[in-house]
Every structure is written in structure tokens, then in C-alpha cells.
Write a protein that binds this ligand. Structure first.
Ligand code: B12
Ligand code: SF4
Ligand code: SF4
Length: 271
């Protein structure tokens, strides 16, 4: 396929994802994704457990298992606005976890049907957890041109700030990355995100470029403490409450995980 044809196909895929309900969409080439900062550093981290990870027999936490025939990744984002906090509440015991994630899954379900029927492109829909086969989604989003990594260690997008959630699927089609954006709102910002963190998770330099052999580190400069942040997540989980699960007679535990570094960011607030 010529580069022109590849670019046309990428645009068609992105536009379809947007038609099906994604707020943002992009493509990351797999060779670049495999070399991206999170994928390079994750196996070097000694403390990878905690909330957001799983214990799977025979799998090391944080280790990516790349499937065969993965040649590019489609990444989509759904806005999680200030006025719809419930989109991010985890309902433990329910399918999909959060309302936002259920929306993301629905977009990919439609996109997968379209890819299969109209384009005959094999795809793999990925899970959320790394140990269940996921990849690091923020890196895919940067390569796909959705935004940049902010000083809050989150993907910050020009339109919605960090208030988006991501999902990735892989394609057996070699497409170039559609990023990277010339966008960095953090340089002259007063770092509202870091100052607001209840666990002071950004107060100490933990990772150095020399030790890890890369300049792009957690929290950009190596100051994001996964361990401190996880303490907050566990506190939030302790405060979870039993609620009804829609369409089921069972109850599920609703957990409202911390979003302070996300909510305090002024980027995209007017949306
Ligand atoms: C495990 C996990 C957690 C763990 C550990 C977090 C961590 N970062 O280590 C805990 C439970 C603590 C957590 C907390 C949160 N999480 Co979380 N988490 C995940 C998960 C499953 C994997 C993340 C991970 O382990 N990353 C690997 C570590 C090694 O990297 P890192 O610390 O993130 O730092 C890397 C980047 O910043 C990057 N980087 C830095 N500079 C640059 C420059 C370039 C060019 C590039 C490409 C990359 C890059 O490289 C760093 C590594 O060196 C992802 C989903 C997924 N499959 O990707 C969601 C995910 C990252 N989490 C998300 C969210 C929203 C949160 C929370 C707000 C909680 C909440 N309410 O959901 C907080 C925010 C914490 C923060 N400020 O980062 C969203 C982020 C959305 C966004 N806008 O960025 C994700 C993508 C899930 C989703 N559905 O969208 N999370
Ligand atoms: S609050 Fe400022 S420093 Fe923090 S992520 Fe937003 S723009 Fe960047
Ligand atoms: S999610 Fe909460 S505890 Fe974690 S870094 Fe952000 S503000 Fe701090």
C-alpha cells in the first residue's frame, strides 16, 4: 500500500471511530509504540503491583505480551467532564467497570464490525489491565496525536484537558502514527495538579534519566510516585459502598477513585 493510501485508510478509521461516539481518535504505529517510554520502563520497575494491576499466574506484573500480527494500534478517548463524575465511578462486580469504559467498549465494538465487514482488517480488542493483555494507553495516545503527557502524569488533550479515558485496539495493518502534537500547556503553568495532590505524590524525584536510560519518566521528570498515589486509591476503595447493579439482582461495590490532579488542571475546562 502506498503512503497516500495508508493515510487515507487512517483517516477513514479515525472518522468512523468519531462517528461511532469517540471524542478523539488516532493511530500509533506498533514499532514506535513498543519503543515508547512506558513500554521501555515498565519491566524495570520493581514496585508494579497495587490498584489497576492483576495477579495472573505465569505473568510478571507490568510485562507486555505483544500478540502476533500487531502492526498498528487505534486509540480512542471519551470525555469524562466535570459535570458527569459518575462516568468514572468503578462498579466492582459489574461488566465494564465504569460507565465511561462501557461507552469506550461500545465504540470499539462498532468499529470492529466495520473493520471486519468493510475493510477485511483483522483486529484485536485489548483489555484494560496490562496483565490481561493491554498496552500502555497514554503512550499510544501521544503517538496518535491526542495530546501530551502533562506534569500530572496524565494524557492532557487540548480540547478536554486530562478529563478523558482511553481504550486501544490493535490492527494487522501497518499504518504510520498520526501524532505527535505540538502542544505543551505545562511549561508556564503554576502546576495546580501537583500542588493539589493529597498524597504529595509529585514532591520527590524518584526516577532519574541516568538510572533508567530514558528522559521521559513517570510524571515527565521522574517525580510521580506510583506508590503514594496507590495509597490514595486504597483509601478510596475502603470507602466504597454497595450499590445495585443495573440489570442484575446482585450488588456491586462502587469506588470513587481520586481525580484531584485531573480536576485541578485548567486545560479544556470550558468544554
Ligand atoms: C496501573 C494504572 C494505575 C495505577 C498506577 C499508575 C501509574 N502511572 O503507574 C494507579 C492505580 C495508581 C493509577 C492511578 C490513576 N489512574 Co491509572 N492506569 C493504570 C493503567 C492500567 C496502567 C498505567 C501504568 O502502569 N503505566 C506505566 C508506568 C510505568 O508509567 P507512568 O507512571 O504512567 O509514566 C509514563 C508516562 O507518563 C510516559 N511519558 C512520560 N513522558 C512522556 C513523553 C512521551 C512522548 C510519551 C509517549 C510518554 C511519556 O512514560 C512514563 C514512563 O516513563 C492505565 C491503563 C493502561 N492500560 O494504560 C490506567 C490509566 C493510565 N489511568 C488513568 C487514570 C484516569 C488514573 C487516575 C486519575 C485514577 C482514576 N480516577 O482513574 C490516577 C492518576 C494517577 C496519575 N496522576 O498518573 C487513565 C489515564 C487517562 C489520562 N487522561 O491520562 C488510564 C489510561 C486508564 C483509562 N481508562 O483511560 N492508575
Ligand atoms: S495543571 Fe498545569 S502543569 Fe498540571 S497538567 Fe494541567 S497544565 Fe500541566
Ligand atoms: S490521583 Fe490523586 S493521589 Fe494520585 S497523583 Fe492524582 S491527586 Fe495524587
Amino acid at each position: 500500500m502506498t503512503l497516500n493510501n495508508k493515510n487515507t485508510l487512517s483517516s477513514q478509521i479515525i472518522n468512523k471511530a468519531l462517528d461511532f461516539g469517540a471524542c478523539l481518535a488516532g493511530i500509533a504505529n506498533i514499532v514506535e509504540l513498543k519503543k515508547s517510554p512506558s513500554h521501555l520502563i515498565s519491566e524495570k520497575l520493581t514496585e508494579f503491583g497495587g490498584v489497576g494491576t492483576k495477579q495472573v499466574k505465569g505473568k510478571k506484573q507490568g510485562e507486555i505480551h505483544w500478540p502476533e500480527n500487531d502492526r498498528s494500534a487505534v486509540v480512542i478517548a471519551i470525555e469524562h467532564p466535570l459535570g458527569a463524575q459518575d462516568m468514572d465511578w468503578w462498579l466492582k462486580g459489574s461488566k465494564g467497570g465504569t460507565k465511561g469504559n462501557i461507552k469506550l467498549i461500545a465504540v470499539f465494538s462498532k468499529l470492529a464490525d466495520w473493520l471486519e465487514k468493510e475493510k477485511k482488517i483483522p483486529y484485536i480488542k485489548l483489555a484494560y489491565h496490562i496483565e490481561h493483555g493491554a498496552v500502555f494507553m497514554k503512550d499510544a495516545a501521544v503517538l496518535g496525536g491526542l495530546g501530551c503527557i502533562g506534569k500530572n502524569n496524565m494524557l492532557v488533550t487540548p480540547r478536554f484537558g486530562p478529563r478523558i479515558r482511553l481504550r486501544v485496539m490493535l490492527l494487522d495493518e501497518d499504518l504510520p502514527s498520526t501524532g505527535i502534537l505540538d502542544f505543551d500547556p505545562c511549561t508556564d503553568c503554576k502546576e495546580y495538579c501537583r500542588k493539589a495532590c493529597p498524597q504529595k505524590a509529585f514532591n520527590t524525584k524518584i526516577y532519574s534519566a541516568r538510572e533508567y536510560g530514558q528522559n521521559e519518566l513517570p510524571g515527565r521528570s521522574g517525580v510521580y510516585s506510583r506508590i503514594k498515589c496507590n495509597i490514595q486509591m486504597e483509601k478510596n476503595a475502603e470507602k466504597g459502598r454497595d450499590v445495585d447493579i443495573e440489570g442484575s439482582d446482585k450488588k456491586g461495590l462502587e469506588i470513587r477513585y481520586c481525580r484531584i490532579c485531573e480536576m485541578s488542571c485548567p486545560v479544556g475546562r470550558s468544554s
